[in-house]
Design a protein around this ligand. Structure first.
Ligand code: ADP
Length: 554
């Protein structure tokens, strides 16, 4: 290879070098005078941009620190400058970005729009949302703001890129929340509509049932009433108005009750009603009400049923007053008959008993006859018990069940009653539990009558389980005696009624004799002793019937 250059070539090279020196001098001059602050240098690494520290340094730092991407483009869309934020958006260093067309980072489907914005940007400031595609191919939503910059070297286009990812996310989140809200709103709206329908339906039903209730209650021969929870009347049917001559307003007047209820019945009825309201329990009471047409009193059975909310709160009372005058009259007649019949039977029966006892004393009678006399004596004793019970019932009815009271030791009565029972009912075993000495003021005969009654019931109603327990317990100023059996037991409904006169449970599968007087008489006797009777029972398991008496004060 020949390295030797001709004179002409050397001259041309010299001319070129001189030209470069002039250019370098001019550049130096421009730098010195602050006319330029960046230069491109072509070297083995390619085209490099070198920036100079000048008075614009502050703006440069500011642009570098901006949260937005900043890019300067020339007319060929080539990136002349880009800040750090733009680099991090794309994921490439600025050295790899400068000199590259910005459109390379715009996804194909958005290029046309980009070109339109760009074109507009050269003429005036323009803005538009477009995606930017980074190194990984991920699309970032960006707000592009274009504005052209007049510079000494000509016009360039500055582009500010605002990352809208967060905003879009927030928008998206907001939209989804809005959608959810809308969904909920729709549901609430639908529920509201349904609720309105239900309310309408219920109102209609209520009206119908109110009319039904009014129609029925006005056309039955029973008095119907309703009150508020506190007992203030708010409805009476026609029958009430006809019978008492009082409308709702009159009936609410302060003295109304006192004026129409029999003076003997008013206080006890009021007490029972007040108790029912306080205990929120069913009210049931018999009292006389004055009839407006003739001023006469008639017996009524008044029943009140408390209407409660699910929470147990008392809402109202529904009630009826049934005319039981005829029934009362019949009962009175029956009581009268029982009283007369039992009195009439008592005398001949006593003499019959006397004769039988005399016959029992006869020594030389055949064995067979003696057995008959003994049986006759037993039957007469049973009959006497029955007549005595009937007489007791009559006495109770007439308010004449009175007896002498003495200081007694209950322990003695219990021991003798249990011993007697063991003798009379050999089929059963009797157990005494905790029988302490307890002094009471009472009538020994009557207390024994009660205890024997409970024991005979325990035996009668426990045909298969033969154990009977008599238990007593002292609690502060009271003593309770209970008789427990493990027999047929009774339902809750029956437990509430067994102390009523002539009440018998329908035990059709069990043959037992009785008239339903025992517990009624017992309860009355205990009441006379200022005590109380109770029954606790489980059907098929057995019963405990007890009475509580006040202990005697020394
Ligand atoms: P009765 O003469 O019918 O026994 P009571 O007044 O003594 O009359 O009892 C009333 C009703 O109570 C009885 O008919 C019976 O059904 C029921 N009863 C009483 N005691 C018991 C008991 N220990 N076990 C089961 N039922 C009983």
């Amino acid at each position: 290879m020949n390295d030797t250059k001709t004179y002409k070539e050397l001259l041309s090279e010299l001319e070129e070098l001189r030209h470069q020196v002039v250019e370098a001098n001019e550049t130096l001059h421009a730098i010195k005078t602050g006319q330029i602050d960046a230069i491109f240098v072509e070297n083995e690494k390619g085209r490099q941009l070198y920036t100079l520290k000048t008075a614009d340094q502050t703006y440069r730092v500011f642009i570098e620190k901006m949260k937005e991407g900043a890019v300067t483009l020339n007319h060929d869309e080539i990136i002349l400058y880009c800040n750090r934020q733009f680099s991090s958006m794309i994921g490439l260093p600025s050295s790899k970005l400068i000199g590259v067309p910005l459109s390379e980072f715009i996804p194909g489907e958005s290029l046309a729009q980009f070109q339109r914005l760009l074109k507009k940007g050269w003429q005036s400031d323009s803005k538009g949302e477009l995606p930017l595609q980074n190194k990984e191919g991920k699309h970032i939503p960006i707000l592009f703001s274009f504005s052209s910059l007049e510079m000494d070297e000509g016009t360039s286009l500055s582009v500010i890129l605002t990352d809208l990812s967060l905003q879009k996310e927030v928008e998206q989140e907001l939209k989804s929340k809005n959608d959810q809200l809308e969904e909920v709103r729709q549901k609430v709206w639908a529920m509201n509509e349904r609720l309105e329908e239900i309310v309408e339906e219920r109102t209609r039903d209520l009206l119908v049932s109110k009319e039904h209730f009014k129609f029925l209650s006005d056309n039955i021969p029973v008095i119907v009433w309703t009150t508020k929870a506190d007992g203030t009347p708010d409805y009476f049917n026609k029958k009430w108005v006809e019978y008492t001559g009082l409308d709702l307003e009159d009936s609410r007047a302060e003295k109304a009750g006192r004026n129409i209820i029999h003076p003997d019945d008013f206080e006890p009825a009021l007490r029972a009603w007040t108790n029912a309201i306080e205990s929120k329990s069913t009210f049931e009471f018999e009292y006389r009400i004055k009839q407006a047409s003739d001023g006469q009193y008639r017996w009524f059975l008044t029943k009140g049923h408390p209407l409660k909310a699910d929470s147990g709160q008392l809402i109202a009372w529904f009630g009826t007053c049934t005319d039981i005058e005829a029934h009362r009259k019949e009962m009175e007649k029956k009581d009268e008959f029982i009283s007369v019949a039992s009195h009439e039977l008592k005398t001949p029966l006593t003499s019959l008993k006397g004769y039988i006892q005399l016959m029992e004393l006869e020594e030389h009678l055949p064995l067979e006859v003696n057995r008959y006399i003994h049986k006759a004596n037993e039957s007469v004793t049973k009959l006497q018990h029955l007549i005595n019970d009937l007489l007791d019932v009559s006495k109770i009815q007439a308010g004449k069940l009175k007896f002498d009271m003495q200081f007694l030791n209950l322990q003695d009565i219990i021991h003798s009653s249990v011993e007697n029972s063991a003798h009379i009912y050999p089929s059963h075993t009797f157990k005494k539990e905790n029988i302490p000495s307890a002094s009471i003021l009472g009538n020994a005969e009557r207390i024994e009558q009660v205890l024997m009654n409970l024991i005979s019931n325990a035996v009668k109603y426990s045909p298969n389980n033969k154990e009977v327990i008599v238990h007593s317990q002292i609690d502060k100023k009271r003593v309770t005696i209970s008789v427990t059996d493990f027999g047929i037991g009774m339902s809750e409904v029956d437990q509430k009624k067994v102390f009523e006169r002539f009440y018998r449970v329908d035990n059709s599968n069990l043959f037992t004799s009785g008239l339903g007087m025992g517990l009624y008489i017992s309860a009355e006797i205990i009441k006379e002793h200022n005590g109380k009777m109770k029954v606790k029972s489980i059907l098929g398991k057995g019963s405990t019937v007890s009475f509580t008496l006040p202990l005697a004060q020394n």
